[in-house]
Every structure is written in C-alpha cells, then in structure tokens.
Design a binder for this molecule. Structure first.
Ligand SMILES: *Cc1c(COP(=O)(O)O)cnc(C)c1O
Length: 433
C-alpha cells in the first residue's frame, strides 16, 4: 500500500512510514494512491457477513499484500472487537451507535486499530516505542484504552491539570500498565508545546524512539470506513436509498465515509452536520473555504474552526466544489436547536441521544423534507452519559454510565505532576524510558 501527500503527489511512502510519521514533512496529509473498488458480489453478500469479516475484506483490499492475510486478521480481531449496531427509530431513520468501545466514543475504532498496526510494524524492533499524546480530554481516553497492554509500546499522556472532567481524568490516569499520565500545570496548548518540543529534540530522539497518535494519522481513518459497510448491511433490506448523517468537527469520520463510497458502497448521499463551527457547510454553499477560530458549544468534540481533514476531502474531489456538493450537503445548528433535537428524539422515540448525535438527527430531518425516499443513518459518535449534565437537563432522566466506564471511577488516579518547562519533562522521559 502506497500513500502520497496531498501537498505533493510525487512524494510516496509505504503504510508503515505513514503510520509512524503521521504527517508528511510538507504539511500535507497522507492519502492512499489506490482506493480499490470492491466487487458487487461482496456488496450483495454484506448481510451474511460478520462485522469482523467485513472489516477484514475492506482492509485487505486497501492494504493489499503489504500485510499478510493471517496477520491482518489478527489485527482486525484485536481492534474491531465491539459492535456497531443500528437502532431503528422509525421507518426511515436509524441510529448507528458507535460508542460501544472502551472510551464510549467512535474514536475507539481508530485508536485501537492504530495501536494494533503500530505494534505489528514495531515487531522485531528491540527498542520500545514511546507514544506522546497531548489531550484536552477525549482523544487521550480513546488512545489510552486503545494502546493498553500493547506489546513494545509505551504511552505518555499529557493533560492540563484541572481542565478535564473527573471521569475523563480517570480514563487518562487509572489504567496503569504501559500507560503513564503527566498532569501538566498549564493549558492544553502548554501540553502540546511540550510534545512538539520533544519531537524536535534531536538529542532526545537519539535516545528514545518517539511517535505520535495524532488524529490525522491515516491508520485512524482506515477502520472508520469499516462501519459504514456494517451499517449499510443492517438497513439494505428496506430498499431505500441510504444516506449517512455525520456530526463533524475535523471531518475524519465523514472522510472515512467517502472512502467507503469510493470502495463501492452504494451510499446515496452524505450529510455534514455541524454546530456553530460551520466552515464546511459554508463552503458547500458558497465554494469558499474560510477557516475561523473555533466557537465553544455544547457539542464540544466538534468545536473546530479549521478542520484538518478538509484537505483530504478536497483531494478526493480534485478540489472541484460542484462535484463535492453533489455528494455532500451541509447543515449547521445552534446550541438551542441542539437541545431541541435531544428533546425531540427523546419525546418521539424514547431514545436518549447525545448533543453530537442530535446534530446529525436535526440535519437528516431537514434533508428528508425534500428527499422522502431515503433512509437516514445518524452516526451517534458518543454515549450520552459522556455529556450527562447537558442531556439530563433536557430528558429529566438519569443517564446510566456503562459499567466499563463506571468501574474506572473507583480506581486510583496515578499521575505525575509536571511544570510547563521543557527540561523536567525531558528528564522524566529519559529516567523512565
Ligand atoms: C471527535 C468527535 C467528533 C468529530 O469527529 P470528526 O471525525 O473530527 O469530524 C464528533 N463527535 C464526537 C463525540 C467526537 O468525539
């Protein structure tokens, strides 16, 4: 499997390099040279296949001979090991629940697959790999859970002290094993600055093998394409045209959906649902892309003013606006509307949706007005208990925290305090790895 940089299509690397590097030096994003089209026979057979079988077949076609089939099977079995069920709300709407992984968000798919792939590529290397992650909360939880007990890999998570929720903090600090947490006496930006400095430190990099678990890593996108096939298989018998409504921030999830369509999945349309951070819906309307500083909202995992995967979307459509907007429509909603969406889903269907999923719901309802022959699959990107203060105010019901997260609450926090200066951080790394 070869990949190019969106900034230089002549710059080719193989999958291993793309995974360990994350980003090309030219600041573009890695894209697969070939996105193979799967056979009609495979698409027709989807309802007879398990999620793991689908994931394996899709992945094998993308990765080619680069990873032997038995090894790939193993990677899939260890990472795609929780379900992605569709819950039907009505004749033409279903919720694709992507929160059945350990950190209760769809990011578990990407994080677990990346962990398995890195561990696989790292085999035979006697020097252990140390992954540095700066997090403002959510991504760190998925990465920590994804890399837990992965042989040959250690993870160091830097988070801003006092700026993550108590349960989020437990997700970062209570796992133990190969996961270490540094509680930085500063902001998320300070955490990021420390990580950046470490990567630029030639002396440190001679002594420790470092890598990152960045959200734009291609190994996080690949597994996200699998669940589009898995969702389609669960609703194909309705005979309706399938539309995916995707709550979006950095647009990784939507880009993975575009990969699935390129691979032959019969997706009729994509809906990009955003909160007030609406640069992509605005682009789809006007053809102009103007990044903004991000606006805080109650769907905060989507507060992104300059979505990183937009470069990949442009690349897939050869930067042609009027072709992209044939496949994707954009909708944006305020916090007030988001709350109304949560209420409507609860009152009409007795289903508790989180603020991110609510945006997907609102967008599909609006789209459906002119497209009544479609079946809408709304991506529910997080479990509602992750946003329970907001949700419970509206539904007046307690949202149960699933046991896999609730048990973490009773575990002990283990974190090392760090100032924002670089030298103590470097010494800590050298002492520990
Ligand atoms: C990360 C995240 C999103 C946004 O996903 P993108 O791939 O960045 O568009 C949406 N909802 C939740 C709950 C998330 O954690």
């Amino acid at each position: 499997m070869k990949l190019y940089s969106t900034n230089n299509t002549d710059h080719l690397v193989d999958l291993q390099e793309a995974v360990f590097k994350g980003l090309p030096e030219d600041n573009g994003l890695y894209m697969p040279v070939d996105i193979p089209v799967l056979s009609d026979a495979f698409i027709s057979a989807l309802p007879n296949l398990s999620f793991a079988e689908i994931a394996f077949e899709v992945c094998k076609n993308l990765v080619g001979d680069y990873i032997p089939a038995g090894d790939l099977q193993n990677i899939i079995e260890k990472s795609i090991n929780f379900p992605a069920p569709v819950v039907r709300l009505a004749d033409s709407v279903g919720i694709l629940e992507l929160f059945h992984g350990p950190s209760l968000a769809f990011k578990d798919f990407g994080a677990r697959f990346m962990a398995q792939l890195m561990s696989y590529f790292n085999k035979g290397n006697d020097q252990e790999l140390v992954i540095l992650v700066a997090t403002s909360g959510d991504t760190g939880g998925a990465v920590a859970a994804g890399f837990l007990d992965t042989p040959g890999i250690k993870v160091v998570i830097l988070y801003p002290s006092g700026k993550v929720s108590p349960l989020q903090e437990k997700q970062l600090t209570a796992l133990g094993g190969n996961i270490s947490a540094l509680e930085v006496d500063g902001s998320f930006d300070d955490c990021q600055a420390l990580v950046k400095k470490a990567f630029l430190d030639v002396d440190l990099r001679k002594r420790i093998r470092l890598s990152s678990a960045n959200s734009i890593n291609i190994s996080r996108l690949i597994p996200q394409s699998f669940y589009y096939f898995e969702a389609y298989k669960q609703v194909v018998q309705t005979g309706k045209k399938v539309v995916f409504s995707i709550p979006s921030g950095n647009f990784g999830n939507l880009t993975a959906g575009l990969f699935a369509k390129r691979m032959g999945l019969p997706v009729h349309h994509f809906i990009a649902a955003t909160n007030a951070n609406r640069v992509v819906p605005d682009y789809l309307l006007s053809g102009k892309f103007s990044p903004q500083t991000s606006i805080p909202t109650i769907s905060n995992a989507m507060d992104v003013g300059n979505p990183s995967n937009f470069a990949r979307m442009l690349d897939l459509y050869c930067s042609t606006w009027n072709i992209m907007k044939k496949d994707i429509s954009g909708y944006s909603y305020s916090d007030l509307e988001t709350r109304e969406g949560i209420k409507e889903v609860f009152d009409q269907y007795q289903y508790t949706i989180d603020p991110h999923g609510a945006l997907g719901y609102l967008a599909f309802e609006e789209y459906k007005k002119d497209n009544s022959d479609t079946f809408g699959l709304i991506l529910e990107t997080a479990h509602p208990s992750k946003f329970n203060t907001e949700v419970e105010k509206i539904t007046k019901q307690v949202v149960e925290i699933p046991e896999r997260l609730a048990t973490l609450a009773n575990k002990t926090k283990l974190a090392t305090s760090m100032p924002i200066e670089y030298d103590p951080f470097k010494s800590w790394l050298l002492d520990n790895y």
